[in-house]
Design a protein around this ligand. Structure first.
Ligand code: NAD
Ligand code: TDX
Length: 316
């Protein structure tokens, strides 16, 4: 049904920011289906609940009965954020990643194929392209898929499944691939929250390997705006890269945040490297720039100040 939006994983980091964004900037009626794993922000559900345009259903997108229950209503869109998202956990135990990220996407594609949902955006990641050498150009939408860890392999598998449904069934699905997000409501297991929360308590911050690995950082609200732009003007079957234009080494990220918090480098603790650690991600987002007119608007430094302010406000 027009004006009804199904958000999966809307209690997680990006999904909850997206729901806030959409409740504020649009008149969509939003249903959030989330299985409430360890990664979910349960307090945000209480904040959304009073809004008459918001409905929550606890459910697992990889379970056909949960998808059947939520698709008793029909939707104009599903935006699929639900996933196991932490690379380190996928190295310890890949199975939940295969279940949620691949089987979950499959169940949603089937719901789209059967007509319960009219359009879908699959939220993917730069990690499906693998790792760049220092001298390589940034990933484009034409860069071959070459994931290196169980998390990114599960996300790449889901993307391939989406492409197969687009090709075979003309399924109305778009894939968006974004770089590393940061901002309010990110789980403390991820790098930037780890830095902020540990530094606030004067606890040491683990820096993997030499700290020279590089990521491109995207402020989460810019990502939400990009997704809404894709909903408005994106073309079915297309892939869109979304980047932050902020390539930094992990050491530089850590150092900048320490400086903002008035802490010094003695808090850095060099630890063993992540197994199979991707060296560098960088996104060429000229397609969204030229076709949708989207570009990031929040610099890394400005985004970090907002993020620090949010984590500080959460301190009890
Ligand atoms: P997150 O781990 O913070 O949140 C994931 C949410 O999905 C949680 O609320 C969890 O309970 C829910 N969930 C997990 N499995 C589920 C299932 N089977 N059924 C229903 N709900 C389930 O993740 P995030 O960082 O917000 O990432 C959201 C999406 O964006 C993921 O698909 C991820 O691959 C992608 N992505 C994230 C980043 C990033 O930097 N965080 C970058 C690129 C792409
Ligand atoms: O304590 C840490 N110390 C450290 O040096 C942690 C948690 C991470 N790191 C390094 C590893 C990475 O090079 O920091 C970098 C960022 O790590 P993560 O926050 O775990 O993110 P990353 O592995 O880059 O993946 C993220 O971006 C792509 C998201 O978690 C994925 O869901 C997304 O697809």
């Amino acid at each position: 049904m027009k004006n009804r939006l199904l958000v999966t994983g809307g209690a997680g980091f990006i999904g909850s920011n997206f729901i806030s964004y959409m409740l504020e900037h649009t008149d969509y009626y939003i249903t959030n289906i989330d299985s409430l794993t360890y990664a979910s922000n349960r307090h945000i559900l209480d904040e959304f609940q009073p809004n008459p345009r918001y409905t929550f259903m606890k459910g697992d997108i990889s379970k056909p009965e949960d998808i059947a229950a939520v698709t008793k209503d029909s939707y104009e869109w599903v935006i699929n954020f639900a996933a196991e998202s932490h690379v380190d956990r996928s190295i310890e135990d890949a199975l939940p990643f295969l279940q949620s990220n691949i089987m979950g996407t499959y169940q949603l594609l089937e719901a789209v194929r059967k007509g319960a949902i009219s359009n879908m955006i699959q939220i993917s990641t730069d990690e499906v392209y693998g790792s760049l050498a220092w001298s390589d150009d940034a990933f484009t939408e034409q860069t071959p898929i070459a994931p290196n860890n169980p998390y990114s392999a599960s996300k790449a598998s889901a993307d391939l499944l989406v492409s197969s449904y687009v090709n075979t069934h003309q399924a109305p699905v778009i894939i968006s691939r974004c770089s590393n997000n940061f901002g309010p409501m990110q789980n403390k297991e991820k790098f930037i929250p780890t830095i902020i929360l540990n530094a606030m308590k004067d606890e040491r911050i683990p820096l993997y390997g030499a700290g020279t690995n590089m990521r491109d950082w995207l402020y989460v609200e810019d990502h939400c705006r990009a997704i809404f732009n894709i909903m408005k003007n994106g073309e079915m079957g297309e892939v869109y890269n979304i980047g932050g234009n902020e390539e930094l080494t992990n050491y530089d990220v850590l150092n900048l945040i320490l400086k903002k918090l008035g802490k010094d480098e003695s808090l850095i603790k060099y630890v063993d490297d992540r197994k199979g650690h991707d060296l560098r991600y960088a996104m060429n987002y000229s397609k969204v720039l030229h076709t949708l007119g989207w570009k990031p608007s929040v610099s890394f430094e400005e985004g970090i100040e907002k993020t620090i302010a949010w984590y500080t406000s959460q301190k009890r």
